[in-house]
Write a protein that binds this ligand. Structure first.
Ligand code: DHB
Length: 312
């Protein structure tokens, strides 16, 4: 059977499916659970300069086909995650730091610190939708450009961008231009669909308290949007010589979902909502289902299927 081995920015991964930042990855014990699971990498919660309690509760709600959340970046502050990266080294899995600035200047400090850490890759989150009064940076090309100019000067570990969903090819082309100009090695798409609203008709209130109920939509609802974003970036970067790895995320809960992302061109995928629902056993199950599909279809390796979506 084809083993679903892959790599991101040249860093090998033993399988295709690992955890998305933000789900059960804030505390050290949670990261150890991921380390002890079949996840081929250990992704950490997006961290800020200072520790944060996050938004008021309720800030997470299950929906029939996914979830809505407005956590507000609860995290222990970057210094803890630097220490965690050292303590996680013994698991011999790539460690991925995720950094989120509350101010554009924060990104330089955060990236510099993780460049000197035991993390193997750094995912730069330019798309958190859940901070009151802050917009998603990756929707603003000139703000993003300033940050990339700063962070790409520092260190040698591969940098990636966590991107929001784009709904127009021109916006993806604009972001791709920036990514090509700077030394960005991977992208993760997509973050949750920001500013969604779930209403409880019984109580006549939003399901969430922060931001007047607005939160990031996750799960099945967003899979087609995520696939569209992965595919369009795959097409755009396919025209270039420089390889930018693409990590897909959004509504993956089965091997068949992961296979769709592989066909669209994803080099690896992350699991958020399904990990929250099922726990860390999801990584083994989904990867096994994916390998089964590859085997049944006669693919000998991942590359034979990667990006090979056939147009009608
Ligand atoms: C949070 C949400 C996100 O979508 C993200 O990328 C980072 C943090 C949060 O609310 O904690």
């Amino acid at each position: 059977m084809a083993a679903a081995k892959t790599n991101i920015a040249g860093i090998p991964l033993a399988s295709y499916i690992f955890n998305a930042s933000g789900i059960n990855d804030s505390a050290f014990e949670e990261l150890e659970t991921i380390a002890n699971s079949a996840s081929p990498a250990i992704m950490m919660k997006s961290c800020t300069l200072e520790p944060r309690k996050g938004n008021d509760e309720p800030r997470y709600a299950h929906l029939p086909f996914g979830s809505i959340q407005c956590m507000g970046l609860p995290n222990l502050g970057y210094k803890e995650y630097i220490k965690f990266a050292s303590r996680l080294k013994k698991y011999k899995k790539p460690i991925i730091a995720s950094v989120a600035g509350l101010h554009p200047d924060d990104y330089g400090v955060l990236v510099e610190a993780f460049q000197k850490s035991n993390a193997d890759l750094i995912e730069v989150n330019l798309s958190c939708p859940n901070i009151e009064g802050k917009s998603q940076i990756a929707y603003d090309t000139s703000l993003s450009e300033g940050i990339l100019a700063e962070i790409c000067k520092i260190g040698k570990k591969p940098l990636g961008l966590k991107l929001p969903p784009y709904y127009d090819s021109a916006h993806q082309e604009g972001m791709a231009e920036l990514i090509k100009r700077f030394d960005i090695s991977f992208i993760t798409c997509i973050n949750s669909i920001g500013n969604a609203l779930a209403i409880n008709p019984e109580t006549e209130t939003p399901m969430l308290k922060p931001k007047k109920g607005l939160g990031g939509l996750c799960g099945d609802y967003i899979k087609p949007v995520a696939l569209g974003n992965v595919r369009n970036f795959y097409e755009i970067f396919g025209r270039e010589k420089k390889k930018v790895s693409i990590i897909g995320v959004g509504g993956i809960k089965s091997g068949s979902d992961a296979f769709e992302f592989l066909l669209a061109g994803a080099d690896a995928v992350q699991i958020g909502t399904a990990f929250e629902r099922e726990g860390a056993s999801c990584f083994k199950r989904i990867n096994r289902e994916l390998e089964c599909i590859l085997g049944k279809k006669g693919y000998k390796n991942m590359n034979e299927a990667k990006g090979r979506l056939r147009y009608l």
